[in-house]
Design a protein around this ligand. Structure first.
Ligand code: SF4
Ligand code: SF4
Length: 372
């Protein structure tokens, strides 16, 4: 297995993307310090930030780097070739900026950030793979990896082209294990085939699995009335072979303490618990939804500029999790860069391009009816 996570002290990683906020919108450094202290007191040491997480690298310096010896924790940050830069030089300059913001001196883990079908070539164009390897040779980072949000075929292609990477960061959770738009299981299996260590992001699906629909929650409560709903999601992925770290983007002390209560002395799911998760997965898989894989073949040809897969993702959130607030928020965010779903003129270009043969125009009407 490539990549070393021996120094992480345990399987829980502190994701620094959703840190607690003060009323003025700035990061609550005092609460962040307390969270860092609880995390470190539990013997855990893996922290994950990124150049593009606003204020996060600076908060890491104040809450962690200035308060703990450098060798007592491990720090991951990320370089982004499609946000926060315009060319190779400005992209590579992110490394120095991240070093200056965090004051960490070096990074234990350096990731190429959020590779997707429409952006991964930027990392080649800007020479970022070689740049990351150079930083590693210089001792400015100890391990190189990438975070990834696309298909298993693309993951396989990238890992073939870059066998030197030490680890991959994947979006894995029990609800998306067979979801064709996320392909958690298939991506996990590709990473395992390539012998890569795995860091998991979004184990609680952006918070959705801490508050799943009642018919799902009741299965889990019956299996163990004491366990928090989030604990099932985190322990599920932490139990997978090859998973070294599970990132939890904790936003307050209460979430930190809940996470620590079962991850301080982590125990993998036992057979009864794994069976409960399988029942939950069967229930989730049976719910009516748009079986969109997010391949985006439909979108570029739409004469009205409707971002079809983004609207379907918001609708699925509503149909599967019943989360009206989050689905409407995602709908509104999509509207900022896309024509509204009811701008559709029925030309059917999208339906002829869709490999899943989805009745896209009907589903768009449903999006409007449920979310507009
Ligand atoms: S049918 Fe509607 S959504 Fe599909 S390509 Fe035509 S205008 Fe766009
Ligand atoms: S082509 Fe079909 S499956 Fe692909 S994103 Fe569009 S609707 Fe989804």
């Amino acid at each position: 297995m490539s990549g070393s996570f021996d120094e992480c002290g345990g399987k829980l990683g502190f994701g620094l993307m959703r840190l607690p906020k003060l009323e003025d919108g700035s990061i609550d450094i005092e609460q962040t310090k307390e969270m860092v202290d609880h995390f470190m007191d539990a013997g855990l040491t893996y922290f994950d930030t990124a150049f593009v997480y606003t204020g996060s690298e600076e908060a890491t310096r104040k809450a962690l780097v200035e308060r703990y010896p450098r060798e007592s924790y491990t720090l991951a940050t990320k370089i982004n070739a499609w946000m926060g830069c315009t060319d190779a030089a400005s992209c590579k300059a992110q490394f120095e900026t991240s070093l200056a913001r965090t004051g960490a001196g070096y990074f234990d883990y350096y990731l190429l950030h959020a590779l997707q079908a429409d952006n991964y070539k930027k990392y080649d164009e800007y020479g970022i793979w070689d740049f990351a390897a150079e930083m590693k040779e210089k001792g400015l980072t100890r391990h190189v990896g990438f975070s990834f949000h696309a298909t298993p075929e693309l993951l396989d292609e990238i890992l073939r082209a870059h066998p030197e990477v030490d680890f991959v960061q994947l979006q894995l959770n029990y609800a998306d294990w067979e979801n064709p738009a996320v392909t958690s299981r298939a991506n996990y299996e590709v990473a395992r085939r390539h012998g890569k260590s795995i860091v998991v992001m979004e184990p609680v699906k952006g918070g959705a699995l801490a508050n799943p629909p009642e018919h799902v929650a009741s299965i889990l409560r019956e299996a163990n009335p004491e366990a928090s709903l989030a604990s099932w999601a985190i322990r599920y992925v932490a139990s997978l072979e090859g998973v070294e770290v599970v990132l939890s983007g904790m936003s307050n002390l209460e979430q930190m303490d809940d996470n620590l209560s079962y991850m301080r002395d982590f125990k993998p799911l036992d057979e009864d618990e794994a069976a409960a998760i399988r029942r939950v997965q069967a229930v989730l898989d049976s719910i009516e939804r748009v079986r969109c894989t997010g391949c985006r073949y439909c979108a570029p040809g739409c004469p009205m500029g409707i971002d079809i897969p983004e609207y379907f993702s918001a609708l699925n959130d509503l149909l599967v999790f019943g989360n009206v607030e989050r689905a409407r928020r995602d709908f509104r965010e999509t509207l900022e860069d896309s024509a509204a779903p009811d701008a559709c003129i029925g030309c059917l270009q999208c339906e002829s391009a869709c490999p899943q043969q989805l009745p896209i125009t009907s589903w768009l009407k449903r999006v409007t009816a449920e979310l507009a």
